[in-house]
Design a protein around this ligand. Structure first.
Ligand code: ADP
Ligand code: MG
Length: 421
């Protein structure tokens, strides 16, 4: 379909029921429909999925969507199926399908019914799939969570590196769309280079979250009491507390429970049933607080999380941004409180010591940024945005007063003393 014949607003309404595009969506979609290689950098919740779903739905052929998590793919496929009259409009192709199911997927692609084919990168390498896709009409390849391609990203997945190569085998001139919520200039460069789309049209939304309040406090031996007090002061509000270890998650959840706070633990060591029960309890507001490892949060969309506490400082600014970003999705108050002690940095360094040297170097560099953030006495928002390659005016910018350093400026030596506690 020629772009001039398409009324994007009408299609948006028809398929998704929305009357407005969010942020840069319309520009991105126009670029994709025109057949451009396109690169999209938008914070989590920015509406990246729609950027490739709508073009896929209105284009000829099938769009291949690469995504790292099967659970996320399944969610997306269910969501797409619920908005289209055609059940086969979206499929997941992965190793859990039996022969009959794979045949059904192939039929739907051949017949032009399947508009979105979600695949994990490792599935896409299968000869059988490549041979099949080679002979089909492919509208474009969308690489979601594209930062997985970069060693500098917070979630490096080596299989992402082969995508370009596999795509070449599927067909020439298939447009490539990369999407991510975490793009430091370095990661960005990696993505474009690795996907072979250095000439891509790039759309980058601001990462500023003006309603989030950033605070870092020194971590002392009274940390559990400090956290308990904070949670009690925020009685009845939803919050997430991140800890590094499963053991700490369990301990802290218990401490909070003993203090009359409705809290549950969440980590990968719990069985799937318990995990999903605890997650539901949080979403349904049967409990107020989830104490969790980083296993908690991917794809969780609770709009009214009022605080995110870091019992342990994360290993990179990207992780910190992602995790704190789960607060205040509805635009309301979101308090991001991190506890910091240099000892924790040393601990994280130690964890890395068994890894290959190249990885250690990257890990070290990322950690140094975390140290700089925790110890800075200037606007934390400015620091974060600068990290993502964005200018921020710490006097007039949106949300400028929303951090501890700006509200209570400290003299350098005071800040130092605090940290030595
Ligand atoms: P991201 O992948 O960037 O984190 P998602 O694609 O998951 O974001 O979208 C986040 C939320 O925004 C979803 O609930 C989605 O339905 C909603 N959304 C996307 N586009 C629009 C729009 N144009 N109008 C209203 N809501 C939208
Ligand atoms: Mg997404």
């Amino acid at each position: 379909m020629a772009l001039t014949e398409i009324d994007l607003h009408k299609e948006l309404k028809r398929y998704f029921g929305f009357s407005q595009f969010k942020g840069l969506q319309e520009e991105v979609i126009t670029s994709i429909v025109k057949g451009n290689d396109t690169f999209v950098v938008m914070p989590t919740g920015g509406g990246k999925s729609l950027c490739y779903q709508l073009p896929a739905l209105i284009s000829d052929g099938t769009a291949i969507v690469v995504s790292p998590l099967i659970a996320l793919m399944k969610n997306q496929v269910d969501a797409i199926r619920s908005i289209s009259s055609e059940h086969g409009v979206a499929h997941v192709l992965n190793s859990s399908l039996n022969k009959t199911e794979v045949a059904r997927v192939k039929d739907d692609i051949r017949n032009g019914i399947c508009k979105l084919l979600y695949v994990a990168p490792e599935s896409l390498t299968k000869e059988d799939y490549v041979d099949f896709l080679k002979n089909q009409t492919i509208s474009f390849l969308a690489v979601d969570e594209a930062h997985c391609i970069s060693e500098w990203g917070h979630d490096f997945r080596p299989e992402y590196r082969n995508l370009r190569h596999i795509l070449k085998r599927i067909g020439d001139n298939i447009p490539v769309i990369g999407l991510t919520a975490t793009a430091t200039p370095k990661v960005q460069e990696d993505i474009l280079k690795n996907l072979g789309i250095t000439g891509a049209k790039t759309f980058k939304a601001s990462f500023n979250r003006p309603n989030l309040y950033y605070e870092v406090r020194p971590k002392t031996k009274n940390i559990e009491a400090d956290i308990t007090r904070f949670v009690k002061q925020n009685d009845g509000k939803s919050g997430i507390i991140y800890c590094l270890s499963r053991k700490k998650v369990e301990e802290l959840a218990q401490t909070l429970q003993v203090n009359g706070i409705k809290a549950v633990p969440y980590h990968a060591g719990l069985d799937a049933k318990t995990r999903s029960k605890h997650q539901d309890m949080f979403l349904m507001e049967d409990i107020d607080v989830v104490v969790a490892t980083i296993a908690f949060g991917m794809g969780i969309d609770k709009p009214d999380v009022r605080f995110v506490i870091h019992h342990d400082i994360p290993k990179s600014i990207e992780s910190y941004y992602q995790e704190t970003g789960r607060a205040g999705r509805d635009g309301g108050e979101g308090h991001c409180l991190a506890f910091y002690s240099y000892k924790d940095i040393e601990k994280l360094e130690k964890f890395m010591s068994g890894k290959p040297v190249a990885e250690q170097e990257i890990g070290h560099a990322l950690l140094q940024e975390v140290v700089a953030y925790a110890e800075t006495s200037v606007s934390r928002r400015k620091f974060i945005l600068h990290y993502f390659g964005e200018e921020f005016d710490s006097e007039t910018g949106e949300g400028a007063s929303m951090d501890d350093n700006v509200r209570n400026p400290k003299k350098q030596h005071e800040a130092k003393e605090d940290l030595e506690l």
